[in-house]
Ligand binder design. Sequence first.
Ligand code: UDP
Length: 318
Amino acid sequence: MADHLILVTGSAGFLGSHLCDALLAEGHQVLGVDNLATGSLANLAHLKTEPRFRFEQLDICTPFDLGRVEYVFNFASPASPVDYMRLGIETLRVGSAGTLNTLEVAKRYNAGYLHASTSECYGDPEVHPQVESYWGNVNPIGPRSVYDEAKRFSEAAVSAYHRYHAVNTHLVRIFNTYGPRLQANDGRVISNLMMQALRGEPMTIYGDGSQTRSFCYCSDLIAGIVLLSKSKEHAPVNIGNPTEWTILECAKEIQSLLGATSEIVFKPLPQDDPLRRRPDISRAQRLLGWAPKVSLREGLALSLDYFKACVAAEQPQA
Ligand code: UDP
C-alpha cells in the first residue's frame, strides 16, 4: 500500500506520532489530525519539511470529511490515567462519537481501519496473563471507567462496522508502552519515575509496589501494529511485551540504569488500579510473526536523552 494516503487520528500524541514516522518511512503519504487536547505539535516538529506529511487540527467528535483516504488509524484519545480522569467527558466522547466518525470515513472510502484499543479492556484481570478471549473485569462506574468503557464501546463499534458494513477493521489491544515523546508530566509510572530520578527527587510508588505491569518499547509496538494493519485479522490482538515487572522492580531498574540515589516513597494506591497486567502474545506471534525485541533496560536507555531534555526544559533560562 506504499504511496497511499493514510489518515492518523491522534497524530500529535506519543504513539500517533511514532506511527506517522513508521508510515512515512514505508513511503506513504500521511494526513495527521489531532485536537491537541493532550497531543503536542512538538511531537511532529521534525515533519515540518516532510512533503508527504500534512497536519490538520481537528476534533473527530464532529463528523468530518477530508477527502479520500486508503487507510484510517484511530489513535485519538487521552491515554494516561491522569489525563483521562481530568478529561473524563472528552474521553467518553472521543471513544464513542469520535470512533463512529472515523469508522464512517473508512466506510465512505472503502478504506482499511485500525483502532488503538487497550489492555484496560481487561480491567483488573482475573485471568493472567491476559488472552484476547477474556472479556475483562471492568468497573463500569469507577474513575477509570471513562477510559475503559469508551475503549470497550469503540471495540463494539469497530466490530459492528466490520459485521454490518464489511469494513476491513483491525483491533490492537495495546499494553503499557514507553519511549521518547511520552509526555513527561502525564503522571504515568515510567515518565514519573524517570523524571523524578533525573531531578534527584523522591520516586513515588503507589501502594506497596507489588502490582505488575509489562512494558513495551514504542518501536516494538509500532512494528506490531503496522503488521496487524496489513493482516486479515479482524478480532482483537494483544501487542505488548510479556516480561512482567512489579512497579518496585521497575523503579529499581531505573535507579540502577541512572546510578540514581533517589529515595523511594510510598503513596496511596489509586482506586481500581489493576493489580497485574501481562499480555499473552501468542496470537500476535502466530498471526503476525511478531515479538518484541527491546528489553526494559535497553528501552529506558533509548529514552534517556528524551527525558534529560524534558528535565533541562524545566530549568529557568539564564
Ligand atoms: N504508579 C506508581 N507511581 C507513579 C505513577 C504510577 O507507582 O508515580 C503505578 C500506578 O499506580 C500503576 C502503575 O504504576 O499501578 C502503572 O501506572 P500508569 O499510570 O503508568 O498506567 P496504568 O498501567 O495504570 O494505566
